[in-house]
Design a protein around this ligand. Sequence first.
Ligand code: HEM
Length: 182
Amino acid sequence: MDSFVFYAFLFVHLVSLVTGFGAVIVIDTFGLLWVLKKRDLTAVNQVADVTQKLIWIGWFGLVFSGIGLITIKGYMDNLTWIKLFFVLMLGINGIYLHLLKKSLVGAQASNIVSPIYKFRIGFASFISQLGWWGALTIGFVHRHWRHEINWPQTPAIWMSGIITFLIIIYVIGQWRYGTKSI
Ligand code: HEM
């Protein structure tokens, strides 16, 4: 398995990880500074314009190099299905964040954001952290502990559980902070 081509893909995988997750950490830090009222929304949006592109570059780089890695590895275990679930979740969440950001442009001038927008940004940031930490932990464990981990026995139940948990949080948030659509 550990051929030169495998390590070439692994190198691209790690560079993509640094690019994508590094940008996530930057924008989340700016988001936190905005919550603490140490940065205004215009500054956060300007940073997000740049980090958004870097995050997509990193995400696509991870997917392309990941496909190369898994092809050479030659099998998918149960934990890898969970990892792919996190990767897909990150992709969908990225589109959601993009739509959210577009809808926030109007609020940028006034620097006032409604509670429902704040909830949605917080919710999407939570999904982002869950997905990135989940995928990178699974990748690390595979690489440095065991290549094949057939746990959990039924990955579909875990995925459904995570989806159900997120839907419950979303519905509670919508109910608590309003029903205005983006
Ligand atoms: C957000 C997306 C992803 C993240 C954060 C991520 C993270 C990681 C990390 C941290 C490693 C260990 C690298 C090392 O320590 O040298 C790794 C390895 C690996 N990743 Fe990913 N990865 C992602 C997406 C993917 C995808 C989409 C696939 C497959 C289609 C994939 C397949 C693999 C494989 C096969 C390995 C090597 C595992 C082994 O040696 O047994 N990754 N990944």
